[in-house]
Design a protein around this ligand. Structure first.
Ligand SMILES: C[S@@+](CC[C@H](N)C(=O)[O-])C[C@H]1O[C@@H](n2cnc3c(N)ncnc32)[C@H](O)[C@@H]1O
Length: 283
């Protein structure tokens, strides 16, 4: 154990697990024990406390909203990258192409997408960049992407639209060309893409202020942190916010479990909504 690390008893680990589940719906396996110690020890020391029990008592009795948020932020896993699971973006491009090029489209030049659990922004920016490149007409559309995450740190980072050059490694030259560079060699999301993405912090376990309907929802590699009942409840709510026949994209290791009958599987982890919210008002 690192000298700065605080020891974590089984009982304390259980208490941390219960708390992150109650606050964020996150179900932590035993394998997360090391992560809990390394991420929370720093916070505990900064608060001048010396045990997990004292820290949890502090959060329960007089922890501020910021301290509770810091606890959540510390325990999320934010791994992401541009064009992750990239066949989803090909599917989305084809689907949106059908809407954009349909002379009789009922959308009236309006498009609403949601990236739920967007982490540091690579997913919604990939959606924006690839759709704007494939369908230049969208520049004149009322086209918006809502991007949300429970972790307020990643939301702030995402808003900057600035990334390290290395974050593009592995992308084809064509894809790399979609990004701008600044004087310091950083990658910048071009303004035309950045301006259509709105970032907000949102806990998927709580009430959702937006009413939809959405043309597509990306909720990828988020449900893996939830137990099955929590996943099913969340995917059902997403179905209610999607237009009929619109698409839900989930992570490659995820599935819809018992709510799969509300959707039609049309590709690898691409689901088409059978139900929907066509009559709802704007997002
Ligand atoms: C592994 S990242 C996935 C990022 C991106 N969707 C992708 O596939 O590359 C999972 C994200 O889900 C977020 N998350 C976890 N629990 C959440 C909750 N209850 N509400 C909203 N976001 C949550 C985490 O903060 C994290 O940024």
């Amino acid at each position: 154990m690192d000298s700065g690390e605080i020891s974590l008893s089984d009982r304390e680990f259980e208490a941390v697990r219960n708390k992150v589940y109650d606050l964020a719906g996150i179900s932590m396996s035993d394998a997360k024990r090391t992560l809990v110690v390394s991420r929370l020890s720093k916070i505990i020391r900064r608060l001048n406390l010396d045990t997990f029990t004292a820290y949890l008592d502090h959060l329960d009795r007089n922890g501020s909203a910021d301290e509770v948020q810091e606890f959540i932020n510390a325990l999320t896993t934010n791994l992401t990258r541009f064009f992750r699971e990239d066949h989803h973006f090909d599917h989305l491009n084809d689907y949106i192409g059908g809407i954009v090029n349909d002379p009789a489209n009922p959308n009236k030049s309006r498009l609403r997408l949601w990236s739920a659990g967007c982490s540091t922004g690579q997913e919604p920016y990939t959606i924006a960049l690839s759709l704007l490149a494939a369908h230049p007409k969208l520049k004149t559309w009322d086209f918006k992407i809502l991007a949300t995450d429970i972790d307020t740190n990643v939301v702030e980072k995402a808003k900057t639209g600035v990334y390290k050059a290395g974050d593009l490694s592995g992308l084809s030259p064509e894809r790399v060309k979609l990004f701008d560079r600044d004087g310091a060699g950083n990658v910048r999301i071009p303004d035309h893409a950045r301006s259509i993405v709105t970032f907000k912090s949102l806990n998927l376990m709580e009430a959702w202020p937006m009413r939809g309907p959405f043309d597509a929802i990306f909720c990828r590699n988020v449900a893996i942190y939830f137990n099955k009942p929590t996943q099913e409840k969340m995917f059902t709510r997403m179905g209610e916010l999607l237009k009929p026949n619109a698409f839900l994209y989930i992570g490659h290791s995820e599935n819809l479990n018992s709510v799969a009958d509300k959707f039609k599987l049309v590709g690898k982890t691409v689901y088409q909504n059978k139900l929907g919210a066509s009559a709802r008002s704007a997002a």
